[in-house]
Design a protein around this ligand. Structure first.
Ligand code: ADP
Length: 394
């Protein structure tokens, strides 16, 4: 069984082709600059090809992708593709799990576009392109927001006028749900138990932390949008909203411009003044840059604060897991966060923590809670969900 896992942006289309018998990626790549000039890269069998090619729209990208899969002999015919899974961003409170993509799903994605203006319309472009080129293949949608639908009302509501929720859907939705679900399922399998309290820390360029109990999301750090929660590469995370009108007045900006600065010029980039990338921040610290040190310390503080909050919410934790770019690779971030948590009896083993991009248990034997590093795999999760519906459809 072969399944394509697709992530469409407004001018890009990322794919992984899985052989589901062993869950192996047999080809992956990216089509970029769609609607501009166009370029694609495809990786397969240890090789990588890159070519500039005209990509007028997403349909062109899908057509070329499928032609290349055949001409590079990755597949023999299109019949080998059993299903296509799409990463979808915002399903509001209607979608609590993955779905077979129907016209209703497409209409909902467009109806919810104000909630994810950059992503939902782009997701539809990807769906329409595959519908045109592979009309008879089952397509499944996997929402970023779905895993968080188990939050209770008192958790997802903001203490604001209630009509903002009833009239306009103002509430916490949460994001990175597919990644948090992957981490939850991987740990559940690893430990052979479902009754676990897990704090899943997806910290990459974007970042969110989720509290999970018995396999279900109880709370998550992102909110109405991905701007909320922990400090990130370029996003501020939680701030006092009164900052917005104050800066508007001081700088002569409108609200969208200030929110844009909170999304794109804040976080590690804002505080260090130099880079949003944790690798650069750490190099700068090693060169004696005080601003970079401040940015690092604030980042670690924000991550620690959310873990501590969720530790109390869950009344303890069985597992804390680090994932995504920073979580998988940054030895100093994991070390500093866990040192901040030592009053809870959480301890990591420095030798075990000395890993990048691999799965491992890094807690020491006398730690009160297990600490893991697990590379996330949203593409695989999307392929697995697609396989589930293929089996259901017989
Ligand atoms: P995204 O949120 O865009 O999916 P990723 O999860 O890929 O991001 O994370 C990217 C970030 O991971 C980079 O911006 C960088 O800060 C961080 N990162 C990657 N490798 C390392 C490393 N070796 N050490 C520290 N940080 C790293």
């Amino acid at each position: 069984m072969k399944i394509l896992s697709i992530n469409t942006g407004s001018s890009s289309l990322k794919f992984s082709l899985f052989e589901m018998n062993n869950e192996e990626v047999i080809a992956s790549g990216l089509f970029e600059r769609i609607g501009l000039d166009g370029v694609y890269t495809i990786k397969y069998q240890g090789q990588k090809i890159k070519e500039e090619v005209e990509l007028k729209n997403h349909t062109d990208a899908v057509k070329i992708l499928l032609e290349k899969l055949i001409s590079l002999e990755i597949i023999k015919s299109l019949d080998e593709i059993d299903g296509v899974g799409h990463r979808l961003v915002h399903g509001k409170d209607k979608y609590a799990s993955s779905v077979i993509i129907t016209d209703e799903v497409v209409n909902d994605l467009l109806a919810f576009k104000d909630f994810a203006p950059l992503h939902n319309p782009a997701n539809v472009l990807g769906i329409e392109a595959f519908k045109e080129v592979l009309p008879n293949v089952l397509m499944v949608g996997v929402f970023d927001t779905a895993f968080h639908q188990t939050m209770e009302k008192e958790t997802y509501l903001y203490p604001v006028p209630y009509e903002w929720y009833t009239k306009y859907g103002v509430r916490k939705y949460g994001f990175h749900g597919t990644s948090h679900r992957y981490i939850t399922e991987t740990i559940t399998k690893e430990l052979g138990r479902k009754d676990l309290k897990i704090i899943s820390c997806h910290i990459g360029n974007g970042g969110s932390i989720t509290a999970v109990k018995d396999g279900k999301c109880v709370d998550t750090s992102m909110g109405f949008t991905p701007l909320a929660g922990i400090m990130m590469g370029t996003r501020s995370g939680d701030v006092d909203p009164s900052i917005i009108p104050y800066v508007m007045e001081q700088e002569g900006l409108n609200a969208s411009e200030v929110v844009n600065d909170l999304n794109k010029k804040s976080g590690l980039l804002g505080l260090s003044g130099k880079s949003s990338d944790m690798r650069d921040v750490i190099s700068l610290i090693n060169e004696g840059d005080e601003q970079a040190k401040l940015a690092f310390n604030k980042y670690v503080r924000c991550v620690t604060d959310y873990i501590a909050k969720y530790y109390v919410l869950l009344e303890g934790a069985d597992v804390i897991c680090f994932t995504a770019g920073v979580g998988e690779n940054s030895i100093p971030v994991r070390k500093a966060v866990c040192e901040n948590l030592r009053c809870l009896g959480i301890k990591i083993d420095e030798d075990k923590n000395n890993i990048m991009g691999e799965s491992a248990k890094i807690s020491s034997d006398d730690s009160s809670c297990l600490v893991y590093v697990i590379p996330t795999d949203e593409e695989l999760m999307i392929a697995r969900d697609t396989l589930f519906f293929l089996h259901q459809n017989g």
